[in-house]
Design a protein around this ligand. Sequence first.
Ligand code: HEM
Length: 224
Amino acid sequence: SSVAPEKSKSRPGEKKGFVEEMRFVAMKLHTRDQSKEGEKEADVQPVGQWKPSIPGYIKFLVDSKKVYDTMETIVEKASHPSSDEYFRNTGLERSARLAKDLEWFASQGHEIPEAGPDGITYANLLTELSESDVPAFICHFYNVYFAHSAGGRFIGKQVAQQILDGRELEFYKWDGELSELLGAVKVNLNKVAEEWTREQKDHCLKETENSFKYSGKILRLIVS
Ligand code: HEM
């Protein structure tokens, strides 16, 4: 027809599946110093200039663990068995590995604090969304695991070189080929989103900003 309604306008990445739509929105939310696909102004303190400290990095790991513990508990006891089964035992789980890393820091004489407000706030949001708003929850699920496999690894390497004598933490290791693990999860994310209306998809995409907001706060703990 001559008047194409807004609703039928195609979204970037749409043809390749919903994960590609989520990726497109996420990449634009990066700052230019974070990724060449980023569209946000460069940070006052670009990641290349971060001066991490061990206590700050430990706080980041502790709050990250709070988030992954929560995420992994949610999918483990999920109340929507048909789709949530897709997200169990993906091989992307980080909780057990973070526990090992924190044990190692403790064995080196470092104090391991309780989770702080950034981790707790995000964990509470995830629990809430998993019960009330599955598309928004799925947005966080995607960003939490995929961001860590991309920029997260890059940051980890940089921090390791600066303050850990290059030691590679468990947080940055996966059993098996990471690209294959991610690929399998992508297939399932696409399947779940195929059941959604365009409104639900757009609502999920919109949540990407929150994902950056909450994860960004936790990342900043590295330089706290
Ligand atoms: C991808 C860097 C923070 C979500 C990427 C990529 C880079 C990057 C370079 C591209 C990887 C590729 O195309 O292969 C960074 C840096 C960050 C940061 C340096 C902070 C200092 C974040 C945050 C989130 C996020 C806070 C969301 C919570 C993503 C997602 C992708 C991505 C979803 C796509 C991954 C994929 O294609 O599989 N990041 N990022 N990033 N980032 Fe970030």
